[in-house]
Design a protein around this ligand. Structure first.
Ligand SMILES: [Zn+2]
Ligand SMILES: [Zn+2]
Length: 291
């Protein structure tokens, strides 16, 4: 049997984190992504030993993994406001503790936004790069405070809505360039976000990965978010669609599944429709890998 990506989806943790495990098994997944708390809250209570055991014990009886936690959407480590930046960093550290406590391999996060109020400054390189440097600084502090942790901090490329930074591979690389200890850093490429920020998977697939390798380097890539797109290439609009039903299309997803450089990654669906859609999507992706 040839190796293909380990496939999963962002499953629900309603009723407790441990509920993610049967939810992943039900859809035929090899792995899963989840929130570690209510994503609309800043800080949750620390996990109790009971909660940790209730999650890790049934997990140890499965082959699921590597798992990914998606951090709270409220966290913006790119903020130029010192107080807001500090608050984001504290919440991020809290997420990292939870991730490590649960034995989850990856803490995935959106880099953040520069929040400059002037529209004309949206794509100003200095404004954007200063935000990327603030993000790296917060990550450095987090890494300093967590020596010995095994979980990786995984930077996800953004679609480019509003003043989001971390869109192009060069911007992700600029974060990594400013990280002191790169061993616990990974990158997750969201196929929809990349498409929305101008990477044309339909017409430019090989060049995009060559470009990724030349900037970030394949050695940093740990995961994909496999999402089709309701919005156009270059639209900078973050709208996920089901695999093969959007503007990226089935053929391009076949290329993701067959690409040798991606075969050791984990990939998570964040597509609409819930488990009834994810189960056939995972099955269809596995088929595309065989063709
Ligand atoms: Zn994503
Ligand atoms: Zn998205």
């Amino acid at each position: 049997m040839h190796i293909i990506m380990r496939l999963g989806a962002h499953v629900s943790v309603a009723g407790g984190l441990h509920n993610a495990i049967p939810a992943a098994i039900d859809i035929g997944a090899d792995t899963f992504q989840m929130f570690s708390k209510n994503q609309r809250q800043w800080i949750a209570k620390p996990l109790t030993n009971e909660e940790i055991t209730a999650f890790k014990e049934p997990l140890s009886k499965t082959e699921l993994g590597p798992l990914m936690i998606h951090d709270s959407y409220l966290i913006n480590m790119g903020s130029p406001d010192e107080g807001k930046g500090k608050r984001a960093q504290n919440a991020f550290l809290e997420e990292y503790h939870r991730c490590e406590d649960l034995g989850v391999a990856y803490l995935n996060f959106h880099p953040g936004s520069h929040t400059h109020p002037k529209k004309s400054m949206r794509d100003d390189k200095t404004v954007r790069y200063e935000a990327l440097e603030r993000i790296a600084e917060h990550m450095n502090t987090t890494l300093d405070q967590t020596k010995g942790y095994k979980s990786k901090l995984v930077i996800e490329n953004a679609a480019g809505q509003g003043t989001n930074v971390g869109i192009k591979f060069e911007e992700i690389q600029h974060i990594i360039d400013n990280i002191d200890d790169k061993k616990r850093i990974g990158v997750c490429i969201d196929t929809q976000h990349a498409w929305a920020s101008g990477y044309d998977w339909r017409n430019d697939f090989d060049n995009i990965w060559d470009n990724f390798n030349d900037t970030v380097g394949m050695e940093h890539l740990v995961a994909l978010h496999l999402n089709d797109s309701k919005s156009d290439v270059g639209s900078r609009v973050d709208r996920h669609d089901n695999i093969g039903m959007g503007k990226i299309g089935k053929e391009a997803f076949g290329r993701f599944m067959k690409e040798k450089r991606l075969k050791n990654l984990a990939a998570y669906l964040e597509t609409p429709g819930g488990p009834e859609m994810w189960k056939p999507e995972i099955a269809a992706l596995r088929k595309l890998a065989e063709k």
